[in-house]
Design a protein around this ligand. Structure first.
Ligand SMILES: Cc1cc2nc3c(=O)[nH]c(=O)nc-3n(C[C@H](O)[C@H](O)[C@H](O)COP(=O)(O)O)c2cc1C
Length: 195
């Protein structure tokens, strides 16, 4: 099973990447058979989609994401929203998320960062057919909780317990969704852009 951890910040030194590093380590402790990798939107500089975007030139990124059976989105709250680079992924590569489960983790340097979770749940699923698991996690004061090596500075019990819950449920959903993706109705692709 492959799980892609999408670090949703386009900043080079970001708390989202620190949290992604921690989640990657935690995943291997939970289940060493899971092949988890980080897809950083800072390291992978993707163009903002427009009508002239050469999608063929981005096929290596698309192929990497398409191999994933499930996703973890680590999303910083920017201006009370999901950063544009995260939404842009759905413009460029909508098909890679099709009938796959995803775990949402929202990070904030303060205590207000929650809005990306309902925004992702309400506006990114229709055409992509992504399925967000019911568990999500919020990490407040993130820069005082997890350092650049993915290690805890504080609040380990509180945060790790919630990430552990989400990752374990994501793994079980991921197993179940393999059968869903193989089903006749999903293979049929009757409504390619959602219903
Ligand atoms: C452009 C921008 C807008 C931000 N807006 C918010 C915000 O609305 N709410 C919030 O809690 N934090 C906000 N922050 C702070 C982030 O929570 C903080 O940068 C945190 O470290 C997560 O972002 P990062 O992964 O890029 O480091 C903002 C940061 C940036 C760069």
């Amino acid at each position: 099973m492959k799980i892609s951890i999408i670090s949703g910040s386009s900043r080079a030194k970001s708390a989202s990447l620190n949290v992604s590093t921690h989640i990657n380590q935690l995943m291997s402790n939970i289940d060493s058979t899971v092949d988890s990798t980080i897809f950083s939107l800072a390291a992978n500089k993707l163009p903002m989609w427009d009508e002239t975007t050469d999608l063929a030139s981005l096929s290596a990124f698309q192929d990497e994401l398409a191999q994933a059976d499930a996703f973890v989105f680590v999303i910083p709250e920017w201006h009370g929203m999901v950063p544009p680079a995260v939404k842009n992924l759905f413009f460029l590569f909508s098909g890679v998320f099709r009938h796959k489960p995803a775990f949402l983790v929202c990070v904030s340097s303060g205590t207000g960062g929650r809005y990306p979770i309902p925004e992702m749940r309400s506006s990114t699923y229709k055409n992509s057919f992504i399925n967000y698991i019911p568990v999500s996690a919020v990490i407040d004061r993130v820069n005082t909780v997890i350092d650049e090596n993915g290690n805890y500075i504080a609040e380990k019990a509180f945060v790790q317990n919630r990430l552990d819950e989400g990752l374990r449920i994501l793994i079980e959903y991921s197993k179940a969704f393999q059968a869903i993706r193989a089903s006749d109705i999903v293979q049929e692709k009757r409504f390619p852009n959602g219903v």
